[in-house]
Every structure is written in structure tokens, then in C-alpha cells.
Design a protein around this ligand. Structure first.
Ligand code: SF4
Length: 244
């Protein structure tokens, strides 16, 4: 145990494969084994990911559904007055920014919008093509790859970044780009989807910005928690006991 009042300095080392497997297994025990079902609609995924920025999954899905309902094709979304696109996606929030961004991306995809060729493109080429689109970063490109075709990627969103950093999967405060590279380096391709989804679930339910370490099943494996002096470790509200 750490001595009270003294933070133990932790030098980061890339975790061994066995440790990553142990974390995967513990998360599986807690949240099950999610299985991805590739939908093979890359433009849908691209737009859905843009819509997901700073909103809940539910609001994103409502906005996406309204967009698909109102317009017969992605070409129609691209060519519509921006106010109509804004109106359709309004429930997703930030619609004034997202509508022109969606149209700008769609304009880059050619007269006939089609990204299905990416499925068989080499990974690096696919990522380079996607991240060359305006405002499309590594996370969005990774989402398109994994959710559209099941190609192994671990999109690092705020949850994966927070939880992965605390668990020591990459350097504390590593930039998102570096965290992406590390996650890919340490994860078996067949575990990518499950690990991604379960880290997000853990980040939403327990390892929140204010972490609920007292009820966390990963406590014994958590670099961040173990480095904290005992008197600084997050404690349960009065009257509740920490989980074993
Ligand atoms: Fe997050 Fe705390 Fe669990 Fe570590 S012990 S993973 S910081 S909730």
C-alpha cells in the first residue's frame, strides 16, 4: 500500500500482452463480450461519427434518423440548402457547426458518393484517405474502419483516453494520436471491438471523470489507483462500503 500523503511516482512501461489479456477478461466478466456486426455503409458511419460529437448516442441516433428520413441520398444532403440539413440534425446539438461540416465532407467524396472501395484498400491508404477529409481525424477514421467492416482499430474517444490512461495502457496524458498507436500495438486484432466497447462502458459507468474507484472491479489492476496515497483514493459516499 502507498504511504499516506505520498504520491508514488510511476514510470510508464508498455503493458505486457498478459496484462492486456487480464484487463480484457476482467472487463468481459463485468460487461460481457460485445460482438460487432459490420454494416458495410461507410458514408453512414462517417456522418454518424460527425453527428456524435459532444452529444449522447441517443441524440446522435435521432439526428441521423431524421437526416436519412428527410433526404433520399447522401448526394441530396450535400446539395440541400444548409438550413435544411441544420433543421434535420437539430436534436443532435451543435447543428450549426455539424451541418456545414457534413456537407463539406460529402462534397469531397465526388459526384457520386461512394466509399466502398475503402474496404479492400490497404489499412494505411484507407486511413490516409479518410483523414484527408476536412475535419476528419484519427478517431473518426478508426470508427469508419471498425464499425463499417470490422477492421481492427481502437477509436480513442474521451472515455477510452481517460480509462486507458488510468489503467496504464499508454503514457499518462499521451496525445490522442499516440494513444491510438499504443492501443493498436497492445491489442490483439480479434479483441479490438470488444476492448473498445467495454472500455467505453467502463468509462461511462464507473471510471468517470470523477472515478468511482470504490466500486471498480479493476482496482487491483489500476496503475492510477495504486499510485495514489491511501488517504487520497476516491472513497464511497458516507454509509456505503467499497466493493471487494
Ligand atoms: Fe478508473 Fe478508479 Fe477503476 Fe482505476 S480504479 S479504472 S481510476 S474507476
Amino acid at each position: 500500500m502507498a504511504a499516506a500523503g505520498k504520491r508514488r511516482p510511476v514510470a510508464w512501461k508498455r503493458p505486457r500482452r498478459a496484462r492486456v489479456h487480464a484487463l480484457r477478461d476482467k472487463l468481459r466478466e463485468l460487461y460481457g463480450e460485445p460482438v460487432g456486426v459490420p454494416h458495410r455503409q461507410p458514408v453512414d458511419e462517417l456522418v454518424r461519427t460527425i453527428l456524435s460529437q459532444s452529444t449522447s448516442d441517443r441524440n446522435r441516433d435521432v439526428a441521423f434518423g431524421r437526416l436519412k428520413e428527410r433526404f433520399p441520398s447522401w448526394e441530396a444532403v450535400r446539395d440541400a440548402p444548409v438550413e435544411e440539413v441544420e433543421e434535420a440534425i437539430r436534436p443532435g446539438g451543435l447543428y450549426k457547426q455539424k451541418a456545414p461540416r457534413i456537407q463539406q465532407v460529402l462534397r469531397e467524396l465526388g459526384e457520386e458518393i461512394d466509399l466502398r472501395w475503402l474496404e479492400t484498400a490497404p489499412r494505411e491508404e484507407a486511413l490516409a484517405s479518410l483523414t484527408a477529409l476536412p475535419g476528419v481525424g484519427r478517431k473518426t477514421a478508426a470508427c469508419v474502419q471498425i464499425f463499417t467492416w470490422g477492421r481492427p482499430e481502437i477509436p480513442v474517444d474521451v472515455h477510452v483516453h481517460r480509462v486507458g490512461g488510468r489503467l496504464g495502457l499508454f503514457r499518462p496524458n499521451a496525445p490522442f494520436e499516440e494513444a491510438h498507436d499504443e492501443m493498436l500495438a497492445i491489442t490483439d486484432p480479434e479483441d479490438a471491438y470488444e476492448f473498445h466497447i467495454n472500455l467505453i462502458t467502463h468509462g461511462r459507468r464507473v471510471c468517470r471523470p470523477q472515478p468511482r474507484c470504490w466500486e471498480c472491479g479493476l482496482r487491483r489492476m489500476c496503475v492510477w489507483y495504486r499510485a495514489l496515497p491511501t488517504d487520497e483514493r476516491p472513497a464511497p459516499p458516507q454509509g456505503r462500503k467499497a466493493a471487494k
